[in-house]
Design a protein around this ligand. Structure first.
Ligand SMILES: Cc1ncc(C[n+]2csc(CCO)c2C)c(N)n1
Length: 222
């Protein structure tokens, strides 16, 4: 039997995934060496990212051909806004930042680029393209969460973040999206399959860049 879409897609980004696991931001979460300033940068930018991501998921929901998938993506919109916002508010309070201070911190270049890319891909592409674009966010975090859980973190703040993505509940969410992806890939034309691969690969690159931007405390150069 031919390989499933998920295996073909993952093969394209396995190198990027390894580079994420080896990135000093990610290794710093488990060995405790990640500075709080870098984690704070990440969490603030992630708040901005999640608001855009929720809209990208709403784009997937709007394009879904069946009600079960419309409901699934619509539920994930709620999760991205509510559950993660709660995690962020808790983490930011512990990092000494209030909601007003956070709102005053602008979107930085990589966040802007990734968010804009997702919104464009989900607004202008087919359903299959849209799902391929949002998939790395779900899938890479599930894999990174599992990876980090095996090591654990000496820093309770980092461990809380790890627990969110390594949990069974979250892993089941990702499996449901992968099931949709497999079906879309199996029915895609050659041209549409190439677009799915490209969207998936580009978003995976942005996932690496997102960690890297936080590590560099990225800001606008001008
Ligand atoms: C840059 C970045 N990429 C992925 C995630 C993880 N994530 C965000 S929303 C969502 C699905 C619905 O909850 C998942 C898995 C993140 N937080 N930040």
């Amino acid at each position: 039997m031919a390989e499933r879409t998920r295996e073909l897609l993952w093969a394209d980004i396995s190198q990027i995934y390894r580079q994420i696991c080896e990135h000093p931001f990610v290794t710093g979460l488990t060995d405790g060496s990640l500075g709080q300033d870098r984690f704070r940068h990440y969490i603030v930018q992630d708040g901005h990212y999640l608001r855009a991501y929720a809209r990208a998921l709403a784009g997937c929901a709007a394009k879904a051909p069946v009600e079960s998938e419309l409901m699934m993506f619509a539920e994930h919109v709620g999760v991205a806004i509510a559950a993660e916002a709660e995690l962020h508010a808790g983490l930011l309070a512990e990092l000494g930042l209030g909601a007003e201070q956070v709102a005053a911190l602008p979107v930085t270049p990589t966040t802007q680029a990734y968010a804009s890319y997702l919104l464009a891909a989900t607004a202008s592409g087919s359903y299959a393209e849209a799902v391929a674009a949002v998939l790395p966010c779900y899938w890479i975090y599930a894999r990174v969460g599992e990876h980090l859980q095996r090591h654990g973190s000496p820093e309770p703040l980092f461990q809380r973040w790890i627990d969110t993505y390594a949990g069974q509940e979250y892993q089941a969410v990702v499996e449901a999206v992968l099931t949709v992806t497999d079906r879309l890939g199996a029915h895609a034309s050659a041209a549409e399959w190439e677009l799915m691969r490209r969207r998936f690969h580009t978003s995976a690159r942005y996932e690496w860049m997102f960690f890297d931007a936080a590590y560099r405390l990225e800001d606008w150069p001008v």
